[in-house]
Design a protein around this ligand. Structure first.
Ligand SMILES: [Zn+2]
Length: 461
């Protein structure tokens, strides 16, 4: 019985862990490395194992940094079963198809540019739409929270609600090999309790080994109520100055959570009645439709709305922009609008157009409500850059910049510590965090046995 580490090791993105037990090879997640452009090579690099040798893949949740390399896995020979919750399956299909499409677009652009280059061959996409569709065909059994699934003799897995995004899970492995039994728990990404849409993470089972995320292992979040207050005030103040509010947002969860909060703010008269809201992200629009199909996945307040036949993600003045022309039309609006667009880290997507049109205006605001990895455009703006490059153009940063971290979809240090304590694990393996954060978190664990594997390392269970 062993686990090897092939992504999100001393790093936040690219989650990929390989469990070998009972003669089977089981992956937990196969995510994309995200951040600055030079990660292209990392995504294209060999996995560190033979894709064709993988028997099954368990997917903790649908974020790109957890499912983004699955089509590549298929392309390189994976033909095993993918097990995930029903919501994860639907959302992951959307995310993988979108990623394939973006890569095809990128490749086309590269090839047009490379035509006159000395080595024009180097332009193929990492994977294409067909690989993503074929990967989706590998989805097999649907996991329900708390219901054990036997993968093979001696390997039983159970998914637990991780409270991070719709359908997210922590995964328990009950392993038996040569009379030896081990219980190992992968946290997946753990949610931040008390957020408006989801239930808090389920109480974890007791295990021997825990493999856990540490994204915010070195800090505490501000309380949600003050973050909502800050959001409403920033929007009202910006509108009074005559500007727009740009919110770079992740298409899954964050966009729906913001819609829910804007709806609530309107209902309680804490936001201007004339407010216009644009959700300018085809993927977020599709994700919202998927969210509406899973009313069972939510906490009590939202479930109540659904029961009463009301849509928690709809509000007056809300416009969905699916088409490029609709998106471009938003650029003509100079004030009174909240513009939500992806990507959350501003590394791609339509938000860059909205930043180009609003970032230089002192009346405008940009509100960051999510994690921004080092090297990304979002991180540069958050860190106080006076000017940034967007589409090769230098844009002054004169808009007001807000970072509201109470919306985080990740547990903070106190929540991670409490969750880990409940597992009673004798060994704690840290993944999915920046190296410094991991060290700070490890310090908080006192005398516990903590391991921080490097990329490619193998640990015997
Ligand atoms: Zn996640």
């Amino acid at each position: 019985m062993k686990i090897s580490f092939h992504g999100a090791d001393r790093d936040v993105t690219g989650s990929c862990h390989l469990v070998e037990a009972g003669g089977k090879r089981i992956l937990v997640d196969c995510g994309f490395f995200q951040g600055s452009r030079d990660l292209d090579d990392e995504n294209a690099a060999p996995f560190g194992f033979d894709a064709a040798s993988i028997d099954a893949l368990l997917l903790t949740h649908a974020h790109l940094d957890h499912c983004g390399r699955i089509p590549l896995l298929y392309k390189r020979g994976f033909r095993g079963e993918i097990v995930a919750t029903g919501a994860t399956r639907e959302l992951a299909r959307l995310v993988m198809l979108d990623a394939a499409h973006l890569q095809e677009e990128d490749a086309n652009r590269r090839m047009r540019r490379n035509v006159r280059a000395p080595d024009p061959a180097d332009g193929a996409p990492l994977y294409g739409t067909l690989d993503a569709l074929n990967a989706c065909d590998r989805f097999g059994r649907v996991a329900a929270y708390g219901q054990p699934i036997t993968l093979t003799t001696g390997v039983v897995v159970t998914f637990f609600d991780a409270g991070h995004i719709l359908g997210s899970a922590s995964i328990l492995f009950e392993l038996e090999e040569g009379g030896r039994k081990r219980r190992a728990l992968f946290s997946g990404d753990l949610g931040n309790a008390g957020r408006p849409l989801l239930r808090p993470p389920a109480n974890p089972p007791q295990v021997d080994v825990v493999i856990m995320e540490t994204t915010y292992g070195d800090r505490l979040h501000k309380p949600l109520a003050s973050s909502i207050e800050e959001l409403y005030q920033a929007i009202s103040a910006t509108f009074q100055r005559g500007g727009n509010v740009v919110v770079p947002t992740f298409a899954l969860e964050r966009a729906q959570e913001l819609l829910y909060l804007l709806r609530q703010g309107r209902e309680r008269n804490q936001l201007p009645p004339a407010m216009q809201v644009f959700l300018d992200s085809p993927m977020a629009i599709s994700a919202t439709e998927i969210f509406e199909r899973h009313p069972d996945g939510y906490g009590p307040a939202v479930a109540e709305l659904f029961r009463n036949g009301r849509d928690p993600f709809s509000l007056p003045g809300l416009h969905f922009a699916r088409e490029t022309a609709e998106s471009a039309a938003i650029n003509r609006i100079t004030g009174g609008s909240v513009i939500m667009a992806g990507s959350g880290m501003c590394t791609g997507g339509r938000v860059r157009h909205h930043l180009r049109h609003n970032l230089w205006r002192p009346q405008a605001s940009v509100i960051f409500v999510g994690y921004a990895a080092q090297g990304t455009l979002a991180r540069k703006i958050i860190d106080g850059a006076k000017q940034v490059e967007i589409f090769g153009e230098t844009i002054a940063v004169r808009a007001e910049v807000h970072t509201i971290n109470g919306f985080s979809a990740h547990a903070d240090q106190a929540e991670l510590l409490a969750w880990r304590a409940e597992t009673h694990a004798e060994r704690t393996i840290l993944v999915h965090g920046e190296a410094e954060t991991m060290r700070a978190f490890a310090d908080k664990l006192g005398g516990a046995k903590v391991e921080i594997p490097a990329l490619g390392e193998t640990i015997e269970l």
